[in-house]
Design a protein around this ligand. Sequence first.
Ligand code: PHE
Length: 518
Amino acid sequence: MSEKDRGQWGSKVGFILAASGSAIGLGNIVFFSANAYKFGGGAFYLPYFIALFVIGMPVMILEFGLGHSTRRAFPESLHEAAGKAGEFVGWWALMNASFITLYYITILGWVVGMFVGSFGHLWAEAVATPKFAMDSLPNPHGYFFSMLSSWKPVVYVALVWFLNGILVRRGVATIEAAVKVFVPLMWIFMIVLIIRGLTLPHGTQGLWLLFTPNFEVMKDPAVWQGAFSQIFFTLSLGFGVMTAYASYLPKNSDSTNNAILTSLMNCGFEYIAGLAVFSILFAFAMVPQASTLAMMFFIVPKGIGQLPGGEPWVIAFGLMFFLLLLLAGLSSSVSLVEGLASSLIDKFRVSRAKALTVFCVFGFVGSAVFTLPQVVNPGLENDGTMGLTLLDLTDHWAFSYGLLIVGLLECLLLGWAFGVSRLWRHINATSRWHLGAWYDALIKFVIPALILFVLVWAVRAEFRDGLYGLSYADNFTSGFRWMAQSPLFILGFWLLVTVGLAAGFTLKGSYTSKRGKA
Ligand code: PHE
């Protein structure tokens, strides 16, 4: 396929907007605040910033450089760099990313539901119960939970897949047009929210929690695992997405500069999103003791529902908040869809329309699984429904382990098998800021060692403690117990499907036209 058929970003600004549109997503607003809170606010910041500079930026340079030098999507890029083993890692990363895409889009479906509710009845309830007792959380009531235990999200999920299909149908050209509107709007909405949050009475109190460091907690490797996975997720690393996006760049692009700009824009946004969420929560003395999703869909709306100024203001802020989530999520999900679509198109030479149709239909079915409304465990935090429980479990493996494994493998492959110095020489040729031997050391030793440490620790803790406070081993004797053994069942399913499909895609067909490097 010629360069022209593959498409190219219209401008550097277009690329930066698209890359930061991919990076800025639900992760910045939903997952970041929840993670920061979970690990005690201030305990999270230092590991997070260390992860950003030591792992995030260097790996983003690596993924950009790879896409830019090979001008191919992730599996083929890695194939050129490290042969079949490389290609397998590329496909595995994409298969893991596909699992994440499925539930990412389900969550976006819920956002659509909240947006619809924001026109009215969502707030009626919040205003009617002004001093909401957070102790009674989480329990299955309220707008969000009644939506979850209905079939409505299936419709919302279908709508989100349809929108993704439309936005990706002409490749980077439509994506670029969309992000030029979405990304600036997201920043404007976020700035309005933070100003509103900080000017509320007690609004600044939440910041103390967010910024008071806790060095004790930082000794716990769980915080580091949380910070590392958050950095991969929020910067869209380990998904093959950044490589696919960089493959559409003109030949003289500056990969280092692009990576630094994208990371800083993303983490800047994440930072102010954290401030906005925490200030709104604390202004209403609400302690966000809940899980990630409950916090964003249940507690934050309670806070918005109590904003001063009466119903019109509440509705306006509520609509803006959920529209912000929707735009942020869509500009991310299109990159996930594009990452996979471009890989399939590059290898199997299928038409874009065909690849997208198949992908969207399968995707819809997969995302719909996470909307199953049956209540399987009313006792478990907010995860009462089947769909939410499956989502939580899939996220546990694909997010907390999958991304780190991809990160580890890509550093090892490119560092050792390909030789990272070849890559940075290519990058340096068109970059203002030059990489050197220290970059070799980071990619070959420091990053793999850090990730490996966290992974080994996590696996040990996992099999000692289990999930949901139930150890895996203890419960095997008493037959299958849903909450105790389902994590292992999902682990098996996830491994089987991702490894099986990745092997299939690697072995089937071959890359015919070997082209020279850029
Ligand atoms: N970075 C996105 C977020 O923070 C998630 C994402 C990952 C999107 C990979 C696209 C690709 O929400």
